[in-house]
Design a protein. Structure first.
Length: 330
């Protein structure tokens, strides 16, 4: 539990029906994209959410801001349960949570100018018109490090980093309290990644925004997150303070991810061992029994294929879902 939590996620699941046949009717099979996860995000905090591609990170983020309706569970925003609200009730609240998409090339309409793209939330929610609208667009461009004279340019006239700045400006238009950053730097050059992350950090300090920062690169997450959650096959397997997670990873999957992060010291890099996981990630359509990681786990033992580990605190706020730790056994 986080004191003064802005977002509270409780037992969240999102399953997608798999269609069969010519008309794609629901055949009963379901992909468990997100499977019973729980965490909190405090006001002004960044929670990193990491894992391999296909583990459910993006689906979890989209469920939290109700772009996907959860299959089950609760999402509390400022104490109000979003899952119990109709679309009409959600509409005014949507101003308070936004998203920055992964690909700055795909997330902007090529027919819209920068002014149109940034101002779209203002038009939809009818908050500003006329001169006030134009002034707000200029203010947002300045806020993300762009010049107001760029307002009438089209997306193809911007670089990749500038396009992502436009995406961030659009997310800020309605003064949100919470933003899902869905791999916002993965499509950018390394030098530009640092600029965008510094911008997000500066905006958080200035505006007090909370972030869910989704990424597959643990070295990126380390520089922006206070806490980190590690996700595998729809489940959160470890959650801890950032420094503690990197110094003392408990789950075998987290250890494997960290072993793949390069260290910028040739001597240290030469002495460490990379953990290579066997096999491929199982299908979320038919996840393994027991611990979902056991088919690939180098530390698996007898109970792992049959006993589902409980996600619990292993001490000091370091939570893990693994049968290697007594506090995590049912």
């Amino acid at each position: 539990m986080v004191e003064n939590a802005l977002i509270e996620v409780r037992n969240l699941s999102k399953h997608f029906a798999v269609g069969t046949g010519l008309l794609r009717h629901d055949g009963g099979a379901r992909i468990k994209a997100v499977d019973n996860i729980s965490f909190d995000i405090g006001k002004g905090e960044t929670l990193g959410l990491v894992g391999e591609s296909g583990c459910g990170k993006t689906t979890a983020g989209r469920c939290i801001i109700m772009l996907h309706r959860p299959t089950s569970g609760d999402i509390l925003f400022q104490g109000r349960n979003l899952c119990n609200m109709a679309d009409e009730e959600l509409r005014p609240l949507r101003q308070k949570f936004q998203i920055v998409f992964q690909d700055p090339y795909e997330s902007l309409d090529p027919r819209f100018t920068a002014s149109d793209a940034i101002g779209e939330p203002l038009r939809i929610h009818g908050t500003l018109r006329g001169q006030a609208y134009r002034e707000r667009v200029g203010e947002l461009l300045n806020l993300v490090g762009l010049s107001p004279y760029m307002a009438e340019r089209y997306p193809h006239e911007f670089s990749g980093g500038q396009r992502q700045r436009l995406g961030i400006a659009r997310a800020l238009a309605l003064n949100p309290s919470f933003i899902v950053c869905d791999e916002p730097v993965s499509a950018l050059d390394v030098s530009i990644q640092a600029q965008i992350m510094n911008l997000l950090d500066d905006l958080q300090q200035q505006l007090g925004i909370s972030y869910l920062f989704i990424a597959h690169d643990l070295s990126v997450v380390r520089h922006i997150s206070r806490r980190v959650a590690v996700m595998y096959l729809g489940k959160i397997v470890e959650l801890s303070d950032c420094d503690q997670l990197y110094k003392n990873p408990l789950h075998p999957y987290t250890r494997a991810l960290l072993s793949a992060v390069p260290i910028p010291d040739p001597k240290v890099e030469a002495t460490r061992t990379t953990i290579v996981l066997k096999g491929e990630i199982p299908s979320p359509l038919n996840p393994p029994s027991g611990c979902v990681f056991h088919p690939r786990c180098p530390s698996a033992f007898a109970p792992c294929p049959t006993v589902v580990p409980v996600f619990r605190d292993a001490g000091g706020g370091h939570a893990v879902s693994c049968l290697l730790y007594p506090t995590s056994q049912p």
